[in-house]
Design a protein around this ligand. Structure first.
Ligand SMILES: Nc1ncnc2c1ncn2[C@@H]1O[C@H](COP(=O)(O)OP(=O)(O)OP(=O)(O)O)[C@@H](O)[C@H]1O
Ligand SMILES: [Mg+2]
Length: 450
Protein backbone atom coordinates (compact mmCIF):
# COMPACT_ATOMS: atom_id res chain seq x y z
CA UNK A 1 0.00 0.00 0.00
CA UNK A 2 1.20 3.50 -0.83
CA UNK A 3 2.08 5.78 2.07
CA UNK A 4 -0.29 8.66 2.71
CA UNK A 5 2.40 10.78 4.31
CA UNK A 6 4.82 12.15 1.73
CA UNK A 7 8.57 11.73 1.88
CA UNK A 8 9.95 15.17 2.69
CA UNK A 9 12.95 16.63 0.98
CA UNK A 10 14.61 20.00 1.57
CA UNK A 11 17.03 21.46 -0.95
CA UNK A 12 19.28 24.38 -0.06
CA UNK A 13 21.42 26.03 -2.73
CA UNK A 14 22.20 29.70 -3.26
CA UNK A 15 21.65 29.23 -6.98
CA UNK A 16 17.89 29.22 -7.71
CA UNK A 17 18.54 27.59 -11.08
CA UNK A 18 20.00 24.54 -9.34
CA UNK A 19 16.94 24.46 -7.08
CA UNK A 20 14.71 24.51 -10.16
CA UNK A 21 16.78 21.71 -11.61
CA UNK A 22 16.52 19.59 -8.44
CA UNK A 23 12.81 20.19 -8.16
CA UNK A 24 12.15 19.29 -11.79
CA UNK A 25 14.31 16.18 -11.62
CA UNK A 26 12.86 14.82 -8.38
CA UNK A 27 9.26 15.98 -8.57
CA UNK A 28 6.95 12.97 -8.22
CA UNK A 29 3.82 11.94 -6.37
CA UNK A 30 4.47 11.20 -2.72
CA UNK A 31 7.50 13.47 -2.45
CA UNK A 32 7.18 16.90 -0.89
CA UNK A 33 9.98 19.26 -1.85
CA UNK A 34 10.84 22.42 0.09
CA UNK A 35 13.58 24.68 -1.15
CA UNK A 36 15.49 27.78 -0.24
CA UNK A 37 18.36 29.72 -1.74
CA UNK A 38 19.24 31.16 1.66
CA UNK A 39 21.06 28.80 4.08
CA UNK A 40 19.58 30.39 7.22
CA UNK A 41 16.09 30.07 5.81
CA UNK A 42 16.96 26.55 4.64
CA UNK A 43 17.87 25.62 8.23
CA UNK A 44 14.48 26.92 9.38
CA UNK A 45 12.80 24.76 6.73
CA UNK A 46 14.72 21.74 7.98
CA UNK A 47 13.71 22.35 11.58
CA UNK A 48 10.13 23.00 10.61
CA UNK A 49 9.57 20.05 8.29
CA UNK A 50 12.01 17.55 9.78
CA UNK A 51 12.66 16.11 6.31
CA UNK A 52 13.82 12.61 5.44
CA UNK A 53 16.33 13.87 2.90
CA UNK A 54 18.31 17.12 2.58
CA UNK A 55 20.29 18.22 -0.46
CA UNK A 56 22.87 20.90 0.37
CA UNK A 57 25.12 23.02 -1.74
CA UNK A 58 28.63 22.95 -0.29
CA UNK A 59 29.64 26.54 -0.92
CA UNK A 60 27.13 29.17 0.09
CA UNK A 61 27.55 32.65 1.52
CA UNK A 62 27.76 32.95 5.36
CA UNK A 63 26.69 29.43 6.22
CA UNK A 64 28.38 26.64 4.31
CA UNK A 65 26.87 23.29 3.44
CA UNK A 66 29.34 21.69 5.85
CA UNK A 67 28.04 23.87 8.73
CA UNK A 68 24.47 23.00 7.90
CA UNK A 69 25.44 19.33 7.72
CA UNK A 70 26.80 19.52 11.27
CA UNK A 71 23.66 21.20 12.56
CA UNK A 72 21.47 18.62 10.86
CA UNK A 73 23.46 15.75 12.38
CA UNK A 74 22.95 17.37 15.80
CA UNK A 75 19.24 17.63 15.13
CA UNK A 76 18.78 14.08 13.87
CA UNK A 77 21.62 12.01 12.58
CA UNK A 78 19.10 9.79 10.81
CA UNK A 79 18.37 12.45 8.17
CA UNK A 80 19.94 11.56 4.84
CA UNK A 81 22.10 14.47 3.74
CA UNK A 82 23.55 14.73 0.25
CA UNK A 83 26.11 17.41 -0.53
CA UNK A 84 26.38 19.02 -3.93
CA UNK A 85 29.56 20.70 -4.95
CA UNK A 86 30.72 22.39 -8.13
CA UNK A 87 34.18 20.94 -7.93
CA UNK A 88 35.10 17.58 -6.57
CA UNK A 89 37.62 17.48 -3.76
CA UNK A 90 38.52 14.28 -1.98
CA UNK A 91 39.10 16.14 1.30
CA UNK A 92 35.65 17.68 1.19
CA UNK A 93 34.03 14.40 0.23
CA UNK A 94 35.77 12.55 3.06
CA UNK A 95 34.98 15.30 5.55
CA UNK A 96 31.32 15.29 4.52
CA UNK A 97 31.06 11.53 4.80
CA UNK A 98 32.82 11.56 8.16
CA UNK A 99 30.43 14.18 9.42
CA UNK A 100 27.51 11.94 8.53
CA UNK A 101 26.54 12.84 4.95
CA UNK A 102 25.39 9.87 2.96
CA UNK A 103 26.52 11.02 -0.46
CA UNK A 104 28.59 13.66 -2.18
CA UNK A 105 27.71 14.67 -5.72
CA UNK A 106 29.51 16.90 -8.13
CA UNK A 107 27.83 19.46 -10.36
CA UNK A 108 27.03 19.41 -13.18
CA UNK A 109 24.96 16.31 -12.76
CA UNK A 110 22.40 14.96 -15.18
CA UNK A 111 18.76 14.73 -14.08
CA UNK A 112 19.00 10.96 -14.57
CA UNK A 113 22.01 10.61 -12.28
CA UNK A 114 20.42 12.81 -9.62
CA UNK A 115 17.20 10.83 -9.85
CA UNK A 116 19.08 7.59 -9.46
CA UNK A 117 21.13 8.66 -6.42
CA UNK A 118 18.33 10.45 -4.60
CA UNK A 119 15.73 7.93 -5.79
CA UNK A 120 17.40 5.22 -3.71
CA UNK A 121 17.14 7.42 -0.60
CA UNK A 122 13.52 8.24 -1.38
CA UNK A 123 12.69 4.55 -1.66
CA UNK A 124 14.15 3.83 1.79
CA UNK A 125 12.45 6.87 3.33
CA UNK A 126 9.16 5.75 1.80
CA UNK A 127 9.23 2.37 3.50
CA UNK A 128 10.07 4.06 6.79
CA UNK A 129 7.23 6.54 6.43
CA UNK A 130 4.87 3.70 5.59
CA UNK A 131 6.05 1.70 8.59
CA UNK A 132 5.32 4.68 10.86
CA UNK A 133 1.85 4.99 9.33
CA UNK A 134 1.11 1.33 9.83
CA UNK A 135 2.11 1.77 13.47
CA UNK A 136 -0.35 4.63 13.81
CA UNK A 137 -3.13 2.73 12.07
CA UNK A 138 -2.51 -0.36 14.14
CA UNK A 139 -2.61 1.73 17.29
CA UNK A 140 -6.26 2.45 16.83
CA UNK A 141 -7.27 -1.15 16.37
CA UNK A 142 -4.73 -2.80 18.58
CA UNK A 143 -5.83 -2.24 22.09
CA UNK A 144 -7.74 -4.20 24.60
CA UNK A 145 -8.45 -2.27 27.76
CA UNK A 146 -5.05 -1.12 28.93
CA UNK A 147 -3.28 -3.62 26.74
CA UNK A 148 -1.49 -2.48 23.64
CA UNK A 149 -0.42 -4.79 20.80
CA UNK A 150 -1.79 -5.75 17.40
CA UNK A 151 0.24 -8.83 16.60
CA UNK A 152 -1.66 -12.02 15.79
CA UNK A 153 -0.45 -13.50 19.09
CA UNK A 154 -1.92 -10.60 21.07
CA UNK A 155 -5.17 -10.61 19.08
CA UNK A 156 -5.44 -14.26 20.13
CA UNK A 157 -4.88 -13.23 23.76
CA UNK A 158 -7.64 -10.59 23.53
CA UNK A 159 -9.95 -13.11 21.96
CA UNK A 160 -9.32 -15.59 24.78
CA UNK A 161 -9.93 -12.90 27.40
CA UNK A 162 -13.20 -12.06 25.67
CA UNK A 163 -14.28 -15.68 25.60
CA UNK A 164 -13.07 -16.65 29.07
CA UNK A 165 -13.93 -13.40 30.87
CA UNK A 166 -17.69 -13.84 31.25
CA UNK A 167 -17.45 -17.48 32.38
CA UNK A 168 -14.31 -18.32 34.29
CA UNK A 169 -14.23 -19.36 37.92
CA UNK A 170 -10.58 -20.35 37.78
CA UNK A 171 -8.03 -19.26 35.20
CA UNK A 172 -4.30 -19.49 34.77
CA UNK A 173 -2.13 -16.82 33.15
CA UNK A 174 1.35 -17.90 32.16
CA UNK A 175 4.24 -16.10 30.52
CA UNK A 176 7.75 -14.84 31.13
CA UNK A 177 8.49 -11.98 33.48
CA UNK A 178 7.13 -8.61 32.40
CA UNK A 179 4.87 -9.97 29.66
CA UNK A 180 1.73 -8.49 31.20
CA UNK A 181 0.25 -11.30 33.28
CA UNK A 182 -1.18 -8.98 35.90
CA UNK A 183 -2.68 -6.76 33.21
CA UNK A 184 -4.38 -9.79 31.68
CA UNK A 185 -5.70 -10.84 35.09
CA UNK A 186 -7.19 -7.38 35.58
CA UNK A 187 -8.75 -7.47 32.11
CA UNK A 188 -10.25 -10.86 32.81
CA UNK A 189 -11.77 -9.47 35.97
CA UNK A 190 -13.02 -6.42 34.07
CA UNK A 191 -14.72 -8.61 31.47
CA UNK A 192 -16.33 -10.81 34.11
CA UNK A 193 -19.70 -10.37 35.79
CA UNK A 194 -17.70 -9.54 38.94
CA UNK A 195 -16.16 -6.42 37.44
CA UNK A 196 -17.84 -4.13 39.95
CA UNK A 197 -16.50 -6.17 42.85
CA UNK A 198 -13.01 -6.23 44.42
CA UNK A 199 -9.91 -7.47 42.62
CA UNK A 200 -7.39 -8.49 45.27
CA UNK A 201 -3.79 -9.41 44.65
CA UNK A 202 -1.84 -11.96 46.60
CA UNK A 203 1.81 -12.20 45.71
CA UNK A 204 2.60 -15.75 46.76
CA UNK A 205 6.35 -15.16 46.48
CA UNK A 206 6.24 -12.39 49.06
CA UNK A 207 4.45 -14.21 51.85
CA UNK A 208 6.38 -15.90 54.63
CA UNK A 209 5.55 -19.57 54.52
CA UNK A 210 4.15 -19.69 58.06
CA UNK A 211 1.74 -16.86 57.32
CA UNK A 212 0.35 -18.22 54.07
CA UNK A 213 -2.61 -19.98 55.48
CA UNK A 214 -3.77 -17.09 57.65
CA UNK A 215 -3.25 -14.62 54.79
CA UNK A 216 -5.41 -16.63 52.42
CA UNK A 217 -8.02 -18.05 54.76
CA UNK A 218 -7.93 -15.77 57.84
CA UNK A 219 -7.76 -16.76 61.48
CA UNK A 220 -9.71 -16.58 64.70
CA UNK A 221 -8.67 -14.96 67.94
CA UNK A 222 -6.20 -17.11 69.87
CA UNK A 223 -5.34 -19.34 66.87
CA UNK A 224 -1.66 -18.48 67.36
CA UNK A 225 0.46 -16.03 69.32
CA UNK A 226 -0.40 -12.56 68.17
CA UNK A 227 -3.86 -13.49 66.89
CA UNK A 228 -5.61 -11.01 69.16
CA UNK A 229 -8.80 -10.86 67.14
CA UNK A 230 -10.68 -12.63 64.35
CA UNK A 231 -9.51 -11.72 60.93
CA UNK A 232 -10.83 -12.58 57.47
CA UNK A 233 -8.34 -13.81 54.87
CA UNK A 234 -8.00 -12.75 51.25
CA UNK A 235 -10.61 -15.25 50.04
CA UNK A 236 -13.28 -13.76 52.25
CA UNK A 237 -12.18 -10.21 51.48
CA UNK A 238 -12.48 -10.92 47.77
CA UNK A 239 -15.94 -12.40 48.16
CA UNK A 240 -18.00 -11.65 45.07
CA UNK A 241 -14.90 -10.54 43.18
CA UNK A 242 -11.59 -11.93 41.99
CA UNK A 243 -8.52 -13.08 43.88
CA UNK A 244 -5.32 -12.89 41.87
CA UNK A 245 -2.77 -15.42 43.09
CA UNK A 246 0.43 -14.12 41.55
CA UNK A 247 3.46 -16.39 41.33
CA UNK A 248 1.41 -19.41 42.25
CA UNK A 249 4.45 -21.64 41.64
CA UNK A 250 5.86 -20.38 44.97
CA UNK A 251 3.00 -21.59 47.10
CA UNK A 252 4.22 -24.24 49.63
CA UNK A 253 3.23 -27.81 48.81
CA UNK A 254 1.36 -28.45 52.04
CA UNK A 255 -0.88 -25.47 51.35
CA UNK A 256 -1.61 -26.53 47.82
CA UNK A 257 -3.99 -29.24 48.94
CA UNK A 258 -5.85 -26.72 51.13
CA UNK A 259 -6.08 -24.33 48.23
CA UNK A 260 -7.36 -27.09 45.97
CA UNK A 261 -10.08 -27.87 48.49
CA UNK A 262 -11.19 -24.24 48.56
CA UNK A 263 -11.29 -24.16 44.78
CA UNK A 264 -13.40 -27.31 44.69
CA UNK A 265 -15.81 -26.54 47.51
CA UNK A 266 -15.91 -22.74 47.56
CA UNK A 267 -15.52 -22.87 51.32
CA UNK A 268 -12.78 -21.51 53.53
CA UNK A 269 -11.83 -22.37 57.03
CA UNK A 270 -10.11 -19.70 59.12
CA UNK A 271 -7.02 -20.88 60.98
CA UNK A 272 -8.10 -22.08 64.43
CA UNK A 273 -11.75 -22.48 63.48
CA UNK A 274 -13.86 -25.47 62.48
CA UNK A 275 -16.43 -23.34 60.78
CA UNK A 276 -16.63 -23.55 56.99
CA UNK A 277 -17.54 -20.26 55.34
CA UNK A 278 -19.00 -20.10 51.85
CA UNK A 279 -17.17 -17.79 49.49
CA UNK A 280 -17.95 -16.78 45.95
CA UNK A 281 -14.55 -15.92 44.51
CA UNK A 282 -13.10 -16.12 41.04
CA UNK A 283 -9.46 -17.13 41.14
CA UNK A 284 -6.84 -16.17 38.62
CA UNK A 285 -3.41 -17.65 39.15
CA UNK A 286 -0.28 -16.48 37.37
CA UNK A 287 3.20 -17.84 37.02
CA UNK A 288 6.33 -17.45 34.98
CA UNK A 289 7.36 -20.99 35.85
CA UNK A 290 6.52 -24.16 34.02
CA UNK A 291 3.94 -25.69 36.35
CA UNK A 292 3.66 -28.82 34.26
CA UNK A 293 7.34 -29.48 34.72
CA UNK A 294 7.18 -28.62 38.44
CA UNK A 295 4.29 -31.07 38.72
CA UNK A 296 6.25 -33.79 36.96
CA UNK A 297 9.03 -33.27 39.51
CA UNK A 298 6.50 -33.38 42.34
CA UNK A 299 7.26 -29.77 43.25
CA UNK A 300 3.73 -28.72 42.44
CA UNK A 301 0.60 -30.76 43.02
CA UNK A 302 -0.57 -32.29 39.81
CA UNK A 303 -4.25 -32.15 40.74
CA UNK A 304 -3.98 -28.44 41.56
CA UNK A 305 -2.16 -27.85 38.30
CA UNK A 306 -4.97 -29.50 36.32
CA UNK A 307 -7.58 -27.58 38.22
CA UNK A 308 -5.84 -24.26 37.54
CA UNK A 309 -4.90 -24.87 33.94
CA UNK A 310 -8.29 -25.75 32.52
CA UNK A 311 -8.52 -22.22 31.19
CA UNK A 312 -5.07 -20.98 30.42
CA UNK A 313 -3.91 -17.79 28.78
CA UNK A 314 -0.32 -17.92 27.68
CA UNK A 315 1.37 -14.61 27.04
CA UNK A 316 3.96 -14.36 24.29
CA UNK A 317 7.33 -12.78 24.98
CA UNK A 318 8.08 -9.50 23.28
CA UNK A 319 10.63 -11.29 21.10
CA UNK A 320 7.79 -13.45 19.75
CA UNK A 321 5.83 -10.37 18.75
CA UNK A 322 8.47 -7.87 17.73
CA UNK A 323 6.01 -6.15 15.42
CA UNK A 324 4.36 -4.72 18.54
CA UNK A 325 7.52 -2.96 19.72
CA UNK A 326 6.95 0.32 17.79
CA UNK A 327 3.36 0.43 18.97
CA UNK A 328 4.35 -0.09 22.59
CA UNK A 329 7.10 2.51 22.29
CA UNK A 330 4.60 5.05 21.06
CA UNK A 331 2.22 4.11 23.86
CA UNK A 332 4.84 4.53 26.58
CA UNK A 333 6.16 7.76 25.03
CA UNK A 334 2.70 9.26 25.29
CA UNK A 335 2.26 7.91 28.79
CA UNK A 336 5.54 9.35 30.08
CA UNK A 337 5.12 12.63 28.21
CA UNK A 338 1.82 13.10 30.04
CA UNK A 339 3.37 12.11 33.38
CA UNK A 340 6.42 14.34 32.98
CA UNK A 341 4.51 17.22 31.41
CA UNK A 342 6.63 17.02 28.27
CA UNK A 343 5.64 17.19 24.64
CA UNK A 344 5.53 13.76 23.02
CA UNK A 345 8.94 12.82 21.72
CA UNK A 346 10.11 10.73 18.81
CA UNK A 347 13.24 8.70 18.16
CA UNK A 348 16.13 9.35 15.84
CA UNK A 349 16.41 6.64 13.26
CA UNK A 350 19.54 5.20 14.80
CA UNK A 351 17.96 5.11 18.28
CA UNK A 352 14.98 3.42 16.67
CA UNK A 353 17.27 0.88 15.12
CA UNK A 354 18.86 0.09 18.50
CA UNK A 355 15.41 -0.45 20.00
CA UNK A 356 14.27 -2.67 17.13
CA UNK A 357 17.36 -4.82 17.28
CA UNK A 358 17.34 -5.46 21.00
CA UNK A 359 15.72 -8.71 22.09
CA UNK A 360 13.94 -7.52 25.26
CA UNK A 361 14.52 -10.34 27.75
CA UNK A 362 12.60 -8.32 30.36
CA UNK A 363 9.70 -7.94 27.95
CA UNK A 364 7.21 -5.10 28.26
CA UNK A 365 8.31 -4.03 31.70
CA UNK A 366 11.84 -3.57 30.40
CA UNK A 367 10.64 -1.66 27.36
CA UNK A 368 8.55 0.56 29.60
CA UNK A 369 11.57 1.26 31.84
CA UNK A 370 13.81 2.02 28.87
CA UNK A 371 11.36 4.52 27.40
CA UNK A 372 10.84 6.10 30.82
CA UNK A 373 14.60 6.45 31.23
CA UNK A 374 14.96 7.94 27.74
CA UNK A 375 12.18 10.47 28.32
CA UNK A 376 13.86 11.68 31.48
CA UNK A 377 17.32 11.82 29.91
CA UNK A 378 16.52 13.59 26.67
CA UNK A 379 16.39 17.35 26.80
CA UNK A 380 14.91 17.79 23.34
CA UNK A 381 11.94 16.42 21.46
CA UNK A 382 13.99 13.66 19.93
CA UNK A 383 15.40 10.69 21.77
CA UNK A 384 18.83 9.69 20.54
CA UNK A 385 21.19 6.86 21.43
CA UNK A 386 22.88 8.61 24.41
CA UNK A 387 19.43 8.93 26.05
CA UNK A 388 19.00 5.16 26.04
CA UNK A 389 20.44 3.07 28.88
CA UNK A 390 24.02 2.13 28.02
CA UNK A 391 23.52 -1.62 28.31
CA UNK A 392 21.08 -1.51 25.43
CA UNK A 393 23.68 -0.57 22.89
CA UNK A 394 26.56 -2.44 24.45
CA UNK A 395 28.00 -5.20 22.32
CA UNK A 396 26.70 -8.17 24.26
CA UNK A 397 23.12 -7.06 24.22
CA UNK A 398 22.81 -6.59 20.50
CA UNK A 399 22.40 -9.39 18.02
CA UNK A 400 26.10 -9.07 17.53
CA UNK A 401 26.55 -11.16 20.64
CA UNK A 402 24.91 -14.00 18.78
CA UNK A 403 27.03 -13.43 15.67
CA UNK A 404 24.11 -11.94 13.76
CA UNK A 405 25.70 -9.04 11.95
CA UNK A 406 24.46 -6.80 9.19
CA UNK A 407 26.34 -6.79 5.90
CA UNK A 408 27.47 -3.26 6.69
CA UNK A 409 28.99 -4.39 9.99
CA UNK A 410 30.74 -7.33 8.35
CA UNK A 411 32.06 -5.02 5.62
CA UNK A 412 33.44 -2.54 8.11
CA UNK A 413 35.08 -5.20 10.23
CA UNK A 414 36.69 -6.78 7.22
CA UNK A 415 38.13 -3.41 6.14
CA UNK A 416 39.50 -2.89 9.66
CA UNK A 417 41.03 -6.35 9.64
CA UNK A 418 42.79 -5.79 6.30
CA UNK A 419 43.99 -2.34 7.38
CA UNK A 420 45.44 -3.95 10.48
CA UNK A 421 47.47 -6.31 8.31
CA UNK A 422 48.90 -3.57 6.10
CA UNK A 423 49.73 -1.22 8.98
CA UNK A 424 46.94 1.15 8.09
CA UNK A 425 48.07 1.76 4.52
CA UNK A 426 44.78 2.60 2.84
CA UNK A 427 46.13 2.42 -0.70
CA UNK A 428 47.42 -1.09 -0.12
CA UNK A 429 44.22 -2.12 1.64
CA UNK A 430 42.21 -0.73 -1.27
CA UNK A 431 44.20 -2.82 -3.72
CA UNK A 432 43.76 -5.99 -1.67
CA UNK A 433 40.04 -5.37 -1.29
CA UNK A 434 39.60 -4.41 -4.93
CA UNK A 435 37.91 -1.12 -4.11
CA UNK A 436 38.88 2.54 -4.29
CA UNK A 437 40.36 4.48 -1.39
CA UNK A 438 37.25 6.65 -1.33
CA UNK A 439 35.16 3.54 -0.77
CA UNK A 440 37.38 2.62 2.17
CA UNK A 441 36.80 6.05 3.66
CA UNK A 442 33.09 5.68 3.09
CA UNK A 443 32.95 2.28 4.76
CA UNK A 444 35.05 3.42 7.71
CA UNK A 445 32.95 6.49 8.30
CA UNK A 446 29.68 4.59 8.30
CA UNK A 447 28.06 4.96 11.65
CA UNK A 448 27.74 1.76 13.62
CA UNK A 449 24.06 0.99 13.88
CA UNK A 450 25.06 -0.01 17.43
N1 LIG B 1 0.16 -5.22 26.37
C1 LIG B 1 0.57 -4.23 27.16
N2 LIG B 1 0.37 -2.96 26.81
C2 LIG B 1 0.78 -1.95 27.59
N3 LIG B 1 1.42 -2.12 28.75
C3 LIG B 1 1.64 -3.37 29.17
C4 LIG B 1 1.23 -4.49 28.40
N4 LIG B 1 1.59 -5.61 29.05
C5 LIG B 1 2.21 -5.20 30.17
N5 LIG B 1 2.24 -3.86 30.26
C6 LIG B 1 2.87 -3.09 31.32
O1 LIG B 1 4.14 -3.70 31.57
C7 LIG B 1 4.39 -3.80 32.97
C8 LIG B 1 4.57 -5.25 33.34
O2 LIG B 1 3.34 -5.94 33.22
P1 LIG B 1 2.83 -6.97 34.32
O3 LIG B 1 3.14 -6.49 35.69
O4 LIG B 1 1.42 -7.29 34.02
O5 LIG B 1 3.80 -8.18 33.94
P2 LIG B 1 3.92 -9.62 34.62
O6 LIG B 1 3.82 -10.59 33.52
O7 LIG B 1 2.95 -9.71 35.74
O8 LIG B 1 5.42 -9.59 35.13
P3 LIG B 1 6.09 -10.43 36.37
O9 LIG B 1 6.15 -11.86 35.96
O10 LIG B 1 7.46 -9.84 36.46
O11 LIG B 1 5.25 -10.18 37.55
C9 LIG B 1 3.23 -3.14 33.66
O12 LIG B 1 3.57 -1.80 33.96
C10 LIG B 1 2.12 -3.18 32.63
O13 LIG B 1 1.24 -2.11 32.79
MG1 LIG C 1 3.35 -9.83 37.81
Amino acid sequence: MVAKTPVKLVAVDDDPLILDFIETALKQPGVEIHRSSDPAEGWELIRLHHPDIVILDLVMPKISGMDLLEWIMELDSGIDVVLLSSDYSTENAVEAIQKGACDYLTKPITPGALRERIGALIAVARTQVRAAEITDEMRNTSRFGEMVGGSPLMIEVYSRIRRIGPHYRIALVTGATGTGKELVARSLHQSSPASGRPFLVCNCAAIVETLFESELFGYVKGAFTGATQDRAGLFEAADGGTLFLDEIGEIPLHLQSKLLRVLQNNEVQRVGSHLLRKVDVRVIAATNRDLRELASKKLFREDLFYRLSMLEIRLPTLAERKEDVPLLQRHFLELFAAQLGQSVKSFTRRAQSVLSRYFWPGNIRELQNVIGHACMMSASDIIDIPDLPAYLHSRESSREGQGLLTLQEVEKRHVHAILGQVNGNKQEAAEILGISRATIYRILSQKEPE
